[in-house]
Ligand binder design. Structure first.
Ligand code: AMP
Ligand code: MG
Length: 352
């Protein structure tokens, strides 16, 4: 959740976009801001510029507060303190951090350990965080795996504390904190009386209400090998869409791509899947699930999604000869019919 330096100079934009609609005053106000390692855009439908700007500012403040709390890149974050002290004693944490950890442990059970926030020490081992740009040996991985495992996280709801059963453990909330922050931003916008909005954190989105003119919000399903291209534009109401992809952050060693998502069971970077998009009614849930399914792979991941009510997913894998294979859960196929000719033009084959 580091803010890349090239984004730091980005200026605030408050752009009223005039939209023809039955209500002559209805406008979309949109503000973009670098946060959580990406650009977050908040669009609200409102008839008053000051009201819109106040609500958007409050939502951004909430996201910034959560980033400062949950980032592993900041030594002074609450999460970093928990990582330093959680092996020696129960550490009291704020309700939000407690909630995210609790949700994460539930997601670990749902994904049979594929999503696991105790990957912290493994992340240090692979070159995205480690200063040395080399691959770890299997001996190093085995050694670190002893300090990984969600079953070793101890939560006490009464005291609101967290601690680790094994010394040297560390949590990394990179797979869920952005989604949680999106959900909180939406809650703040609603508290400010905003009836329709879209919060977009680098393509991870929650949308509710409608655009002026009774138009649905539309969210792009990105091409994982050509992220400027869209495979589809999904209409969205009261839903989150979150994508995990091996293209987002990765490193190359001898021309081979290593993603920033690690299989916590083997300690090795996830290799099977190019991208996973999850649609659900909570962005935090969709975020964690997308990361977990990227580890599980298309077959096991989609089987899991079919068993979860109200969740849909699209999974892209490398196919034959430069082609990509797109697989959809049953619910996704029903909710979002895709244009196969458009997919074929992008060398994506629908497999189901
Ligand atoms: P996302 O982009 O949401 O898929 O999150 C990727 C981030 O989640 C990584 O940069 C790590 O911080 C963290 N992470 C990596 N592997 C896992 C995993 N198996 N379970 C949970 N979090 C992970
Ligand atoms: Mg995620």
């Amino acid at each position: 959740m580091k803010t890349p330096s090239f984004l730091k100079g980005l200026v605030w934009l408050l752009v009223p976009v005039w939209v023809l609609s039955c209500s002559p005053k209805a406008e979309i106000y949109k503000v973009a801001k670098p946060l959580m390692g990406t650009v977050v855009e908040i669009s609200v439908v409102c008839d008053d510029a000051r009201h819109a700007s106040g609500a958007i500012q409050a939502a951004f403040n909430e996201m910034a507060r959560l980033e400062a709390m949950m980032s592993v890149f900041r030594d002074d974050s609450e999460l970093s303190r928990l990582n330093r002290e959680g092996s020696s004693r129960p550490v009291r944490v704020s309700p939000e951090l407690f909630e995210v950890i609790e949700m994460s442990l539930a997601l670990s059970r749902t994904t049979r350990g594929a999503f696991d926030i105790t990957v912290g020490p493994l992340m240090q081992l692979w070159p995205f965080y480690a200063r040395e740009k080399r691959l770890p040996s299997s001996h190093e991985i085995q050694e670190v795996l002893r300090r990984v495992g969600y079953a070793h996280v101890i939560l006490s709801p009464e005291e609101r504390t967290a601690s680790f059963a094994v010394p040297g453990m560390a949590l990394d909330l990179g797979g869920i904190a952005k989604g949680y922050a999106i959900d909180r931003a939406v809650a703040v916008l609603k508290e400010h009386g905003i009836a329709a909005a879209l919060v977009n954190a680098g393509g991870d989105v929650f949308a509710y209400g409608e655009k002026p003119g009774n138009q649905p919000w539309r969210v792009g399903l990105r091409h994982p090998r050509n992220p400027q291209e869209l495979l589809a534009a999904l209409p969205l109401a009261n839903k989150a869409v979150v994508t995990s992809g091996d293209y987002e952050r990765y490193f190359l060693v001898d021309g081979k791509r290593y993603s920033h998502i690690i299989d916590p069971r083997s300690g090795v970077t996830a290799q099977k899947t190019a991208s996973v998009t999850v649609v659900a009614s909570s962005a935090a849930y969709a975020d964690g699930l997308a990361t977990g399914i990227l580890v599980l792979g298309a077959q096991e991941g989609l089987a899991l999604v079919e068993s979860l009510p109200g969740v849909q997913a699209a999974v892209v894998t490398e196919g034959e000869q430069d082609e990509l294979a797109l697989r959809l859960s049953k619910g996704f196929r029903e909710a979002y019919p895709l244009d196969e000719r458009h997919l074929a033009a992008q060398r994506v084959r629908l497999v189901n």
